[in-house]
Design a protein around this ligand. Structure first.
Ligand code: NAD
Length: 370
């Protein structure tokens, strides 16, 4: 493993997001991305293999969820955590929150023998960083897991003691982004009879699809779990699509709500939708695929702009009014980005990255008064 990670041909899959592939070995790559810290924890007795990446903590603790999924390779897990952490920095900056960007991945074993011990051990790992990293839920983890982590560290949000699961607010934020995109691109104020394909009917995808159904959209959904798909279809009458068919399906809007890297060298030209807008982090395997979407006339709504509702949820906690106001603000952010994208003829993801970087530069230039 170490040999592979330190090799100059670090073979990371193209499945993940914001940053180009590493070319100079893991530490050179980390340096080039401006990553502050990388932490590894291995505990053979409980089957824990964890990586925490702190991308930026200059403007507050690095905040980002814990992803717990099986990875094909350790290099893939490393690339995922690093790119996700970078995305969290942009997300926090864009949403004007007093946090930095971080992320954790747990390389899920075939079976977690004792979930309590597993997440307690992981909680100790988080605690050892003394608050430089704060966690919450992501793919493969839930509020119950956060409760277990809370036994070992205070550096966790989204537990049943604070704001609880943020996924519904993430879905509400994506809905706001979709409303803005539909207004700018289709000149419509509603979803009535629009055909919307949702990839991933998990915590966010389910809540989003349910709201879209209530607003009259014609849904097609896809998930790796046939049971999840069937139960959604039974409830809401959606069309079921094979996971391999959803990206190329004929639809007005594609909502990626599963994993990242889905817009890549194989898929970009297949996308039929006019608008791509969903909760999945790091949807663009690399920025060039966003450029290609733009050239093809497909509007991509930058993921970290629309999926910030969950982050807003855990940061504002019980302050429901601020939470709601902030999430509703996603509508105006998306309006502005898509309108500028049209008038300036610049792809939306490039505009959003530019704005996020400028916010970070401005913050560095004017540190908060003590
Ligand atoms: P989840 O684990 O609850 O749901 C993900 C779903 O996607 C699962 O049902 C899984 O079976 C399905 N899936 C995985 N690969 C698929 C594929 N190739 N095709 C179809 N379905 C597939 O996760 P979640 O919390 O709903 O998060 C979804 C996405 O949104 C993730 O990328 C996550 O990082 C992002 N996100 C989540 C939140 C949040 O509040 N939960 C906040 C911001 C961003």
């Amino acid at each position: 493993m170490l040999k592979t990670l330190l090799s100059n041909e670090h073979p990371v899959s193209a499945s993940v997001g914001l940053s180009p592939r590493p070319v100079g070995g893991v530490f050179g790559w980390a340096r080039d991305l401006g990553l502050e810290e990388l932490h590894f924890k291995y505990d053979s007795a409980v089957g824990l293999k964890a990586i925490i990446a702190i991308h930026n903590s200059q403007h507050g603790p690095a905040l980002g969820g814990t992803r717990c999924i099986p990875y094909a390779t350790e290099s893939e897990a490393l690339a995922d955590v690093v790119c996700l952490a970078q995305g969290m920095t942009y997300k926090s900056a864009f949403a004007q929150l007093p946090y930095g960007g971080g992320k954790a991945v747990l390389l899920r074993p075939e079976k977690i023998v004792d979930r309590e011990v597993y997440f307690e051990t992981y909680g100790q790992f988080i605690n050892s960083l003394n608050g430089r990293y704060v966690t919450s839920v992501d793919v493969g983890t839930c509020s119950r897991d956060m409760d277990i982590i809370r036994r070992k560290t205070p550096y966790v949000l989204g537990t049943s003691l604070d704001s609880g699961d943020p996924s519904k607010d993430t879905a509400k934020g994506v809905l706001k982004g979709l409303q803005a995109a539909v207004k700018v691109i289709l000149d419509r104020d509603d979803f009535e009879n629009l055909r919307i394909a949702v990839q991933g009917i998990g915590k966010v995808g389910f809540a989003l699809a349910e709201m879209l159904h209530e607003q009259g959209a014609r849904l097609a959904v896809s998930d790796l779990s046939p049971e999840v798909m069937q139960s959604f279809a039974d409830k809401f009458g959606a069309e079921l699509l094979d996971p391999g068919a959803i990206l190329s399906s004929r639809c007005d809007i594609l909502c990626p709500c599963a994993l990242g890297g889905i817009i890549n060298h194989e898929t970009t030209n297949l996308i039929q939708a006019k608008i791509v807008c969903g909760s999945a982090n790091n949807q663009l395997a690399e920025d060039c695929w966003g450029d290609l979407l733009f050239q093809r006339g497909v509007t991509y709504v930058p993921d970290y702009v629309v999926n910030a509702g969950g982050l807003i949820h855990i940061v504002y906690g019980s302050n429901a009014a601020s939470r709601k106001r902030h999430i509703e603000g996603i509508y105006l952010s998306v309006m502005e980005i898509l309108t500028r994208s049209r008038t300036e003829n610049v792809p939306s993801h490039r505009l959003a990255n530019g704005i996020a970087k400028q916010i970070l530069r401005d913050r560095t230039a004017t540190p908060p008064v003590a």
